[in-house]
Design a protein around this ligand. Structure first.
Ligand SMILES: CC(C)(COP(=O)(O)OP(=O)(O)OC[C@H]1O[C@@H](n2cnc3c(N)ncnc32)[C@H](O)[C@@H]1OP(=O)(O)O)[C@@H](O)C(=O)NCCC(=O)NCCS
Length: 162
């Protein structure tokens, strides 16, 4: 299996949106914490146009990379330069997780973001895989927070900083 990392193109927006939605459904639906599929689907995933525009205008403020396996997009990372902190978003399709692809993507983002500002991410408290992943890449837990879904439920989150 050959995994290729490349810079995203505007026409990848549809696939990025689909991976983001699959990622939310497979990672955050959680009986123990009372988060149902309907809670996750209350969020607006239909943001293809916005993604397309950000990819088109990337370079200075934001940048996106794609992971491909045999020509199919299987994951992405977004990196954003912001006022106080820089930010990241990363999703890999379940079948391709824990194979080192996230590690390859995050290194691209670290290099592009540089070290001028700290990077802040918000990770769901019961998402142990991602918490381990970020810890391994130097992030530390700062504080507990909540992410309110449009359904009214709260996703317990942790702010991590590197
Ligand atoms: C979190 C995520 C981006 C990590 O990418 P990945 O390609 O799976 O991670 P890697 O293979 O590079 O693994 C790196 C580290 O992550 C952690 N990790 C990976 N899989 C894990 C698992 N099944 N259980 C616990 N920790 C795990 C480990 O610390 C691992 O280090 P190791 O390889 O030395 O054991 C990916 O799993 C993913 O997309 N998850 C679903 C969406 C998500 O949670 N996104 C982050 C939102 S904040």
């Amino acid at each position: 299996m050959k995994i290729k990392i490349r810079i995203a193109k505007p026409e990848d927006a549809g696939k990025i949106v689909a991976i983001n939605k699959i990622g939310w459904l497979t990672t955050y639906v959680n009986q123990e914490n009372g988060i149902t599929k309907a809670d996750i689907l209350s969020k607006n995933f239909n943001r293809q146009k916005a993604w397309r525009e950000s990819i088109q205008n990337h370079k200075r403020e934001s940048h996106f990379w794609i992971a491909e396996c045999d020509g199919k997009i299987i994951g992405y990372i977004s990196a954003k330069k912001d006022k106080e902190y820089n930010e990241l978003g990363i999703y890999i399709l379940p079948k391709f997780q824990s194979m080192g692809i996230g590690g390859r993507l995050i290194k691209k983002a670290f290099k592009w973001l540089g070290e001028e500002k700290k990077i802040r991410i918000s990770v769901v408290g019961y998402n142990a895989k991602a918490i381990n992943f970020y810890s391994k890449h130097g992030f530390i837990k700062i504080k507990n927070e909540n992410h309110k879904l449009p359904s009214g439920k709260n996703l317990p989150t942790i702010m991590m900083i590197k």
